[in-house]
Write a protein that binds this ligand. Structure first.
Ligand code: AMP
Ligand code: ZN
Length: 493
């Protein structure tokens, strides 16, 4: 008997706008596709949040005993600067600016992405396909869409005919947009004149002579449109219909809308049963985004080397911070929020570390089975991790009570408590027990605070030689002091 047989999950399906009972196409098996990064720059914490949310979903589904095939792609070609299919491919542009090969850009940022995933203790997906590795599949898909009358070629480029599609199908059903309400781009923009209608989107773009990333096709030497790769790769590895498709909220339109249209136009069926969208991470109340530059990268937050936060935070604290809000809520990354999560994380871990010291009694005064059920109920309810964490804190309270002899646990219940806590803390939330490292960090932090106060005293006494000496010698060992309007903070390089 697998755990999924006694745990009915409900998933919020963006397509219907409702929480629905989750039923996989093949019992015991789940196909899940999540749009991966466009590897033209370092991932920021917003990207990390979305991937982290789906890592938790993947972990929980696996924990329940499902055989999950999790496909997360790497977009290494075809993502244009602009949703209106104009402008340059993001990777090509970066290669031009840095005067390196496009595949060098791809390699550099794929490596960065993988490093970040390892740092944050992500489970690797089952398959990590690349757009450039699936050009043939994409060309085949375009041919089918043309054959079925939903795409047309102009000057070597191929466009999806959104208006034609909407006559028989419903374009906009995921993002709840009506074709007539869609904002019309002006026809005067570069490259727009090729399209029959501004809402049409590129399936294939003819490459300009200087464009390095190019492949032969029946229409031109060119490259595939961004939306196409996900349709090609998801259906190749998961079948023409599969269970879960995820991504950040910002991908709902046009990217996911176009994926549905492509699949329906090529194969005649809607590809996905449950669309899941993770909400956005904000920084200072504004969406974290590469294009606006309002970002913090993981290494900046982990090292404390940034202008937003008072200190460095560990990967598990950031994971904990993320899990303390629902994946469907907007989350604002703030110093206060991180400090509170850090405190909570170590309070929980302190309790977890006591587990092995607890002594069993002949009977229990705590209903561990009921508590365990509440943990599962939380996760079964659309992966409600904040509620799960509230129950874990309840367990921390029990642990402390047993330690102080104000509650008792039978040896069976003690085992059940340990097993359940370990499953949720490590397997499902993916946290790591680095309490020891952190108490080291806390001590370092305490020691530097002492030096900061001594430096303040020196300055107050006009002993600037001493205050400079403290600052410089700390800098020599890699600790940077920063004087701000709210006092002095430090970062470790
Ligand atoms: P990209 O590399 O831009 O294609 O983005 C990779 C993933 O990160 C996509 O699923 C995006 O939806 C997601 N993403 C981008 N910005 C944010 C943000 N501020 N918060 C959460 N997810 C984001
Ligand atoms: Zn995608």
């Amino acid at each position: 008997m697998q755990l999924y047989q006694s745990n009915q999950i409900k998933v919020y399906n963006s397509l219907t706008g409702q929480k629905e009972i989750f039923k996989p196409i093949n019992e015991g098996h789940i196909g899940m596709y999540v749009c991966g990064p466009t590897v033209y720059s370092n991932v920021h914490l917003g990207n990390v949040r979305t991937f982290m949310s789906f890592d938790m979903v993947f972990r929980y589904l696996k924990h329940l005993g499902y055989k999950v095939r999790y496909v997360r792609n790497i977009t290494d070609a075809g993502h244009l600067e602009n949703d209106a299919d104009i402008g340059e491919d993001k990777i090509t542009k970066k290669a031009r600016l840095e005067q390196i090969e496009p595949m060098e850009v791809v390699q550099r940022y794929t490596v960065d992405f993988h490093n970040v995933l390892r740092t944050f203790n992500f489970l690797p997906p089952s398959i990590e396909p690349t757009a450039t590795g699936h050009i043939i599949e994409q060309i085949e898909l375009i041919s089918k869409i043309i054959e079925n009358g939903f795409a047309y070629e102009v000057n070597g480029s191929v466009y999806f005919d959104v208006h034609k599609f909407d006559e028989t199908n419903e374009y906009g059903k995921l993002s709840k947009r009506k074709l007539e309400d869609l904002i019309h781009n002006t026809r005067t923009l570069d490259g727009q004149s090729d399209k029959k209608n501004p809402q049409d989107f590129a399936l294939w773009k003819k490459a300009e002579p200087q464009h390095i990333m190019r492949w032969p096709s029946p229409w031109s030497d060119g490259f595939p449109g961004w939306h196409l790769e996900c349709t090609a790769m998801s259906t190749k590895y998961l079948g023409k219909q599969f269970d879960i498709h995820g991504g950040g909220m910002d991908l709902k339109f046009p990217h996911h809308e176009c994926e549905i249209a492509q699949n329906e136009a090529a194969i005649g069926v809607s590809p996905v049963n449950y669309w899941m969208h993770a909400n956005m991470l904000e920084l200072n109340g504004q969406r974290m985004s590469k294009s606006t530059g309002n970002t913090v990268n993981p290494d900046e937050l982990l090292s404390g080397n940034n202008s937003f936060f008072s200190k460095a935070y560990s990967p598990s604290v950031i994971r904990f911070f993320n899990a303390q809000s629902s994946y469907r809520s907007v989350l604002d990354l703030t110093d206060d929020g991180l400090l509170a999560s850090e405190k909570g994380f170590y309070r929980l871990m302190d309790a977890v570390n006591l587990l092995d010291d607890l002594k069993a009694s002949s009977a229990s005064s705590i209903d561990v089975s009921a508590w365990k059920q509440k943990c599962y109920d939380a996760m079964n309810d659309d992966f409600n991790s904040p509620i799960l964490i509230a129950h874990l804190f309840e367990a921390a309270k029990y642990i402390n009570q047993v330690k102080e002899d104000s509650a008792t646990l039978s040896s069976e219940d003690l085992d059940l408590l340990k097993e359940t806590i370990n499953s949720f803390v490590y397997d499902v939330l993916g946290l790591e027990n680095n309490a020891k490292t952190d108490s080291g960090t806390d001590k370092l932090s305490g020691a530097v605070d002492v030096l900061i106060r001594l430096r303040q005293d020196a300055r107050a006494n006009k002993d600037f030689a001493m205050s400079d000496k403290i600052r410089d010698e700390l800098a020599e060992v890699g600790i940077q002091l920063k004087d701000g309007k709210d006092g002095t903070t430090f970062s470790v390089n």
